[in-house]
Design a protein around this ligand. Structure first.
Ligand code: B16
Ligand code: MG
Length: 212
């Protein structure tokens, strides 16, 4: 193993709550209920696909132009929230693990669907831990397609088989496998059962626990 590739939302930071608030504001405006349970379906999914799922939940039909406008409105509100993020919002245990990884000389990349990745990395101070960033601005195919993880490996100059991915979404674990990489699931074994290893979070997690 030469490199570790990290998903962003749900693995390093909890930006899902801001996605939820921004999508909920749109649902409120359109006049239907959107719950936190519904929001689970949007994790790891691209912005446009998320909007389509939201509209399906509300039983709302929209033209393509109206969808573009709604996605932009949601993103503007979401960015206003993440623009206020601080390093306190890095998930527990993450920074200790990243420090150990860097000290061990292992390469690191971000592999995220989010087009807002640079703003989040900058606001939280996480940028300094990563040698490369592959995000939603660089790929055209969403997870479970392996494109974003293959891009991460390419930017790092390593083979996909030398990478391990950390993911909180089922589609992300599948994307890692489709890239020929192993996956560590962050969250529940019920949803992430296909990963080679599942941990609840990074608290107390160390490199020597990475065993496959
Ligand atoms: P944006 P990840 C994903 O990030 C989120 O989990 C997902 O909920 C979001 O819709 C997607 O990014 C796109 O985000 O609207 O900011 O481009 O989990 O792949 O880091
Ligand atoms: Mg995620």
């Amino acid at each position: 193993m030469k490199a570790l590739i990290f998903d962003l939302d749900g693995v390093l930071v909890d930006s899902a709550k801001y996605h939820y608030l921004a999508w909920k504001a749109l649902a409120d405006k359109l006049g239907f209920e959107f719950t936190e349970k519904d929001n689970e379906r949007l994790k790891g999914v691209s912005r446009m696909k998320s909007l389509e799922i939201l509209l399906e939940i509300g039983g709302v039909i929209m033209s393509d132009d109206a969808k573009e406008a709604a996605a932009t409105e949601k993103n503007d509100l979401y960015r206003s929230y993440i623009a206020k993020m601080t390093p306190d919002e890095i998930l527990p245990g993450v920074e200790d693990f990243l420090k150990e990884v860097k000290a061990a000389g292992i390469k690191t990349a971000i592999g995220s669907a989010s087009k807002n990745t640079p703003l989040i990395l900058e606001r939280t101070g996480l940028a300094k831990y990563f040698d490369a960033v592959a995000d939603g601005t660089m790929v055209s195919k969403a997870k479970p397609d392996p494109e974003v993880f293959l891009k991460g490996a390419e930017l790092l100059g390593v083979e996909p088989s030398e990478c391990i991915v950390f993911e909180d979404a089922e589609a992300g674990v599948e994307a890692a496998h489709n890239a020929g990489m192993k996956a560590v699931g962050i969250g529940s074994p019920t949803t992430l059962g296909k990963a080679e290893m599942v941990i609840p979070n990074f608290v107390g997690f160390r490199l020597d626990k990475l065993k496959f």
